[in-house]
Design a protein around this ligand. Structure first.
Ligand SMILES: [Zn+2]
Length: 300
């Protein structure tokens, strides 16, 4: 290689390493174990399985286990661990695996669940997308739903609802009406600023989805990434705060966009000082500003 090629190769390598380092930035404390299974306080059958910085809900019923999101993107061992963790707390068969939305970081790696006999359920749009992309590590759903579906298994009822476009076009929220628990992935970060996920978010519709979540009856929200700080669950106050953050960011960019400040002026100069202390502000701001510039400064 010439000297220039070495320099380019070095720069590319550094860029790749940078991406990897960012992607693996732990939201947990450095001492947090790689995975954990936690029973949700106040219940005797609802669990959160966390692996790294992703998490999923599973429910043990009198007639089998309902699992969600295999969270195995780039790490098939996480899914083997997930199934093993379920077996530690229940001898019941795993009957269902429900995908929260089509993004691979949440739903890749489901084969061990399929092999265990689980029926995979997702929104119909998730199946359409997965069928086109053909990711070799992501198992296609067996069954799909459109707007609502209720899964009744033994003594447990789980409601699945599609609330419209938001963080993706295939997101379903899962609610346990008896336990008043909601599992909602990625469109409502708990206690932190959203980040890369803004890239394919539908910003106007997202606000409407969040308002629908606020109107539902629940006490605890299990997020798809550990809540901040300390991996906590979310409350309605967290959901209201997230909505206010998005509305403030949207309004600020709208004003600037109409003065011709998108892309460069906003991306390089805008700050949202009210939210500086929120986790992920420094990393996430660029993605938020870019998404709202696309909306208000471009029309998309
Ligand atoms: Zn996502």
């Amino acid at each position: 290689m010439t000297k220039v090629s070495y320099l380019i190769a070095g720069a590319v390598l550094a860029a790749c390493l940078g991406v990897v380092a960012n992607a693996q930035q732990p939201a947990q404390q450095p001492a947090a174990p790689p995975f954990a299974t936690t029973k949700v306080e106040g219940t005797d059958n609802v669990y959160v399985f966390r692996y790294g910085n992703h998490q999923a809900m599973f429910v043990v019923t009198s007639a089998g286990v309902i699992a969600t999101d295999p969270i195995g993107y780039g790490r098939p061992q996480a899914v083997v661990t997930y199934v093993d963790e379920i077996k530690k707390v229940s001898t019941q068969p795993i009957k269902y695996l429900i995908y929260s939305h089509h993004h691979f970081d949440h739903i890749a790696g489901g084969k061990p669940f399929k092999d265990a006999g689980a029926t995979i359920v997702a929104h119909k749009r998730a199946k359409e997308r997965l069928a086109v992309i053909k990711d070799p590590h992501t198992v296609l759903p067996d069954e799909t739903m459109d707007t609502t579906r209720t899964i009744t298994l033994g003594d447990t009822v789980l409601e699945l609802s599609y609330l419209g476009l938001n963080h993706s076009d295939s997101t379903i929220v899962m609610r346990l009406p008896k336990q008043k628990i909601l599992f909602a992935v990625d469109f409502i970060p708990v206690g932190s600023v959203p980040g890369r996920g803004m890239i394919d978010t539908y910003p106007l519709e997202l606000e409407e989805s969040i308002k629908k979540v606020l109107a539902m009856e629940w006490d605890k929200l299990i997020p798809g990434h550990p809540g901040q700080p300390g991996g906590r669950l979310g409350t309605k106050k967290d959901v209201q705060d997230q909505l206010a953050f998005l509305q403030d960011a949207s309004e600020a960019v709208k004003v600037a966009a109409r003065q011709g400040q998108c892309w460069d002026g906003v991306e390089k100069g805008m700050k949202l000082p009210k939210y500086e202390s929120w986790p992920n502000y420094a990393n996430g701001l660029q993605f938020i500003l870019r998404r709202y510039c696309a909306l208000w400064g471009r029309g998309t």
